[in-house]
Design a protein. Structure first.
Length: 127
């Protein structure tokens, strides 16, 4: 019986994965069609959604701040900071509805999200 090399198995597996990904990407338009419909419906609730997300993130900031004050755990401080940044970002999005101009461009929003994720990562891995 002939022995199959691990390089051959690995390359065969990679070719199979690439073929599957290619077939799936070709079918992505069908996959994204419901998202296009949902986007059209979601725009009707944009103001309500922005305000609710802002209020929820603000409430979570205060809850995390209270937890920090009770426990003095630095983890809660980083969680509170993350939710503060989240609430601030969404306050800019709400303000953007009423004041003309783009207060929150995509690059600025990406920086906010990077800092939010950074605070959450520090909170998770801090000892």
């Amino acid at each position: 019986m002939q022995k199959v090399s691990s390089k051959f198995l690995l390359s065969s597996f990679l070719i199979l994965v690439i073929a599957i990904v290619y077939v799936k990407l070709a079918d992505i338009a069908t996959f994204l069609a419901p998202l296009r419909e949902a986007r059209a419906g979601a725009s009707d609730f944009d103001i309500v959604t922005r305000v609710l997300v802002f209020l929820l993130s603000l409430a979570l900031f205060f809850i995390a701040l209270i937890a920090y004050q009770k426990s003095s755990s630095k983890k809660f401080l980083f969680v509170a900071l993350a939710f503060f940044l989240f609430a601030f970002k969404w306050s800019l999005k709400v303000t953007n509805l009423f004041i003309p101009g783009n207060l929150l461009t995509d690059p600025v929003e990406n920086v906010f999200e990077l800092f939010i994720l950074g605070m959450l990562v520090v909170a998770i891995f801090k000892k």
